[in-house]
Design a protein around this ligand. Structure first.
Ligand code: NDP
Ligand code: GDR
Length: 367
């Protein structure tokens, strides 16, 4: 039996599906929002009236110890996957205190609850740690031994979570693991992360809903994998004889510009990049089969509002330890990830078109 916090997020949805497939009963902590926000897990939902439910949701919040205590006491899980977080790096500069509360103190609240309830010998704990903790560390590729040099309120909060997870393992003998995951994407990725912003934006341009997308740092280089591959590693970390921390990454880095080119290529379009810094643009030199896109149309511009006060130039991981001990082998190559995201966003943009034809406004928030 497992408890997943952040079950309504990208990784929560893939992990819930994965664990249900393994025969687990899955409990999910979900925060209260003013509207439904369970689109990613609606296909798994079982109403309270159904018999023998295997997927059960609870209202709770990482900033509220009482709700965490109630849910853990009620469910007494064998495994806890702590995925809940304010996970957007740029937003953490706007909401640093809230980010620290949910991302740093949230995991502490879980660990302390497990200990206080006498579940330290039973409940295994996975912490969603992040490659962002390496920050501006110059060492590349980054492994479990690379020194941390975080450079955002998000990464600094996650660093506290990392160390408190290690501390509860060492101090109380609890089975706790950090998965130090590099960027992983999918069609379920939040719309304001750069990959999804690009695939969604290009799909909408192709269907004539918008002309252009505005991005920030095009030179940033990231190590992008598929979320479905990564959640399996979370589970594998909790099935070992001894708890340990693991880096999960593909070992290949690409720039934001490379990602735009790959997505455009998937749509049969060729782009030309001109200018530097805030003047840089991508112009369509060959629209391929896209009727709504014109040769010479500028479809990417830079908006400095998307620059961060401090950013990371390049992140790339060395997942040698996970390869050796967890049998880690990323299954989905980069091109396939981009293809899947572009296709799903084309479908979504087509659905939006139907909404528009019936005068119902679809989501138009683009940030
Ligand atoms: P998402 O942003 O998609 O999901 C985050 C989840 O946390 C959502 O379910 C969100 O709820 C929930 N949440 C946020 N704040 C709270 C709170 N105060 N109380 C309860 N729930 C809360 O992130 P991902 O699925 O991409 O990432 C999962 C975890 O892995 C995160 O901790 C992230 O920091 C970490 N991570 C992610 C990486 C990636 O590349 N995806 C890489 C490395 C680490 P709601 O749906 O209501 O917003
Ligand atoms: P990141 O992901 O910050 O690495 O955090 P994001 O996709 O937000 O940014 C990646 C890089 O792209 C640059 N960038 C832009 N980013 C966004 N969001 N929007 C833009 O318009 C844009 N233009 C350029 C950014 O500056 C950055 O360099 C993700 C999250 O999932 C974290 O929770 C996780 O811990 C890390 O990955 C590993």
């Amino acid at each position: 039996m497992a408890l997943i916090t952040g079950v309504s997020g990208q990784d929560g949805a893939y992990l819930a599906e994965f664990l249900l497939g393994k025969g687990y009963i899955v409990h999910g902590l979900k925060r209260r929002t003013s509207r439904f926000n369970t689109e990613r897990i609606d296909h798994l939902y079982q109403g309270p009236q159904e018999d023998e439910r295997r997927f059960i949701l609870y209202h709770g919040d990482m900033t509220d110890s009482a709700s965490i205590m109630r849910i853990i006491q009620e469910t007494q899980p064998d495994e806890i996957y702590n995925l809940a977080a304010q996970s957007h790096v740029a937003v953490s500069f706007d909401e640093p205190e809230y980010t620290a509360n949910s991302d740093a103190l949230g995991p502490l609240r879980i660990l302390e609850t497990v200990r206080r309830l006498g579940l330290a010998g039973k409940t295994r704990f996975y912490q969603a740690s992040t490659a962002e903790m390496f920050g501006q560390s110059r060492a590349l590729p980054q492994s479990e031994d690379t020194p941390f040099r975080p450079c955002s309120p998000y990464a600094i909060a996650k660093l506290y979570a990392y160390w408190i997870t290690v501390n509860y393992r060492e101090a109380y003998g609890m089975y706790t693991c950090n998965g130090i995951l590099f960027n992983h994407e999918s069609p379920l990725r939040g719309e304001t992360f750069v990959t999804r912003k690009i695939t969604r934006g290009l799909a909408r341009i192709v269907l004539d809903h918008q002309d252009c997308i505005y991005l920030g740092n095009l030179d940033a280089r990231r190590d992008w994998g598929h979320a479905r591959d990564y959640v399996e590693m979370m589970w594998r970390m909790l099935q070992q004889d001894r708890p340990e921390d693991f880096v999960i990454a593909t070992g290949i880095e690409r720039s934001v510009r490379d990602f735009v080119n790959a997505a455009a290529n998937e749509l049969g379009m060729t782009l030309q990049w001109d200018g530097h810094g805030v003047e840089e643009t991508a112009t369509v030199v060959d629209p391929g089969p896209q009727d709504n896109v014109k040769e010479g149309q500028v479809i990417v511009r830079v908006d400095p509002r998307y620059f961060r006060p401090t950013d990371i130039d390049c992140m790339v991981g060395d997942a040698g330890k996970a390869r050796q001990k967890l049998g880690w082998e990323p299954k989905v190559p980069f091109e396939e990830l981009v293809r899947e995201m572009v296709r799903c966003d084309l479908d979504a943009a087509a659905r939006d078109q139907v909404f528009q034809q019936h005068d119902c406004a679809p989501h138009t928030y683009h940030d």
